[in-house]
Design a protein around this ligand. Structure first.
Ligand code: ADP
Ligand code: GLC
Length: 471
């Protein structure tokens, strides 16, 4: 099959979170099965762009409302990522350093989607499926269904994967003229609560919809940032497919980002060395267990609970555990986490920013990873952590619930808690402390986690089945 993935992120080209990891891996595994998986994304000004060689494959001209512009599609020459990678360049609009966060993001991603559809309409053939990811590409199913200019494409099956339904790409109706002329009778396929809602439109217009875990799909029927009724209504075409992890990148025995590589035979020594590297860099006591948090410092991830939960635990369990945070996000949370450094007695530090190398070192050197997420569609951190022998301490929600089994049952290997509250997080930290003191059990759990299978193999097959149903 020829599968076109359309996404705002793809690792290692540009990544802000898990979406990048997934779009960097899924097509690779699809290609390994003999399919022609391609990824198309905006041409941001990233290192990857400068470090690689490109062919120009298409030049076109189209419009965003009354603004006409030229666009170029380039292709990476060597198939370096294991699939064909295409970047869409729109001068002055997409060629920026960051992926998101500009005041004209609506214009940027709408123009990007128009270019993708315009480019595909210029091909001499049609792909077997167009697979779009999140709201940045979710207008494409509407465009090929209802925009007059692209009617020839309306038989191409479309699949929308929702990685995060919190962000929906809302735009006001006065921007509806951005879209290529469309059938006005179909305005309902764009509208949700009096604004254009690209994610809602994708759910309505895509042939199939998937979410990145089964539990998240269930939760969306009750809590979907306003789209609950739509998920209930469209449940017949929705399914949950759990993400895998790219085990060729996330493997402690081959990972070039970490100081000391190890496998389950050398786990204890390898992890000890990696931990000491972290402790030395961040002024932490290596004799104490180390709990880390890696991620966006936003309410969705429960990051606002961290300052209070950590300072509480200093009293609750005593100064017996170290904490290290890596992330960036809301300035208030960043400020509070920075302020907490004043209380540190070689047991707390924070690195505000995005650092891929440091994140790998943390998965390899920490004893526990904390994820008090309010919403977690899948979550990759806990799976990476387990592969490196780091025990997840996570809230019972979404993909966390589907991938972690609490140590309260005999085959369990993680710590789960119910509520995104300081009390529940502190109690989970207390349980982690108790587990850490049981060295025999700790070792057995680490060994078990490192052998768990979170590979892409089964998920890739489920996507292929979904595409067949679509056809
Ligand atoms: P989300 O996509 O919602 O942020 P995921 O758990 O799916 O959450 O994926 C997060 C990905 O981003 C992981 O690969 C994680 O290691 C990475 N990550 C998040 N924040 C940072 C950071 N500050 N520095 C480096 N990597 C980060
Ligand atoms: C989103 C979700 C996260 C998921 C990732 C990849 O960013 O927040 O839970 O793992 O997408 O699907």
């Amino acid at each position: 099959m020829e599968i076109i993935h359309v996404s705002a992120e793809c690792y290692p080209v540009a990544k802000a979170g898990g979406l990048g990891d997934v779009v960097g891996a899924l097509p690779k595994y699809q290609s390994q099965l003999g399919h022609f998986a391609k990824v198309v994304m905006p041409m941001y000004r990233t290192r990857f762009l400068l470090d690689n060689e490109w062919d120009v494959v298409h030049k076109g001209r189209t419009n965003l409302g009354d603004w006409w512009f030229d666009y170029t599609v380039i292709k990476e020459k060597t198939n370096k990522l294991g699939f064909d990678l295409y970047l869409v360049d729109v001068f002055g609009l997409l060629d920026r350093e960051k992926i998101y966060g500009y005041p004209d993001d609506t214009e940027r991603f709408t123009a990007f989607q128009i270019c993708v559809v315009d480019w595909i309409s210029a091909w001499g053939h049609q792909p077997d499926v167009i697979h779009v990811h999140d709201h940045h590409s979710a207008l494409i199913p509407f465009m090929i269904k209802h925009c007059y200019k692209y009617q020839l494409l309306n038989q191409i099956p479309t699949v929308l994967t929702i990685h995060n339904a919190q962000y929906q790409g809302w735009m006001s109706w006065d921007k509806s003229y951005y879209l290529p002329p469309w059938d006005p009778w179909k305005w309902g396929a764009l509208d949700w609560n009096n604004s254009i809602n690209p994610l809602a439109s994708g759910i309505r217009c895509a042939w199939k919809v998937s979410t990145v875990s089964w539990s998240y799909l269930e939760e969306l029927k009750h809590s979907a940032n306003g789209l609950e009724a739509l998920f209930e209504y469209e449940k017949g075409k929705c399914s949950g497919i759990l993400n895998g992890i790219d085990q060729s990148i996330w493997d402690p025995s081959t990972d070039h980002y970490i100081r000391e590589r190890y496998n389950w035979n050398t786990e204890a020594e390898g992890r000890r060395k990696n931990k000491s590297v972290l402790c030395e860099r961040f002024g932490l006591d290596p004799q104490k267990p180390l709990m880390v948090f890696i991620g966006r410092l936003v309410g969705e991830k429960g990051a606002d609970l961290l300052p209070m939960a950590i300072s509480d635990s200093f009293y609750y369990i005593g100064r017996k555990m170290c904490f290290l945070i890596l992330g960036s996000g809301f300035p208030e949370i960043e400020g509070q986490l920075n302020a907490l450094k004043r209380l540190s007695q070689h047991d707390y530090n924070v690195f505000i920013g995005y650092d891929e190398t440091l994140s790998h070192q943390m998965y390899a050197g920490a004893d526990f990873i904390l994820m008090p997420s309010r919403v977690e569609p899948c979550g990759l951190n806990q799976m990476y952590a387990m592969r490196y022998g780091t025990i997840p301490v996570v809230r019972r929600t979404g993909g966390l619930k589907d991938t972690v089994v609490d140590i309260g049952v005999p085959e369990g290997y993680g710590i789960l808690f119910n509520w995104a509250s300081v009390g529940d997080v502190s109690h989970a930290i207390w349980r982690a402390m108790a587990l850490y003191n049981d060295k025999k059990r700790l070792h057995a759990i680490r060994e078990k986690m490192m052998g768990l299978d979170f590979s892409w193999e089964s998920s890739v097959m489920q996507y292929l089945e979904l595409y067949q149903i679509v056809k």
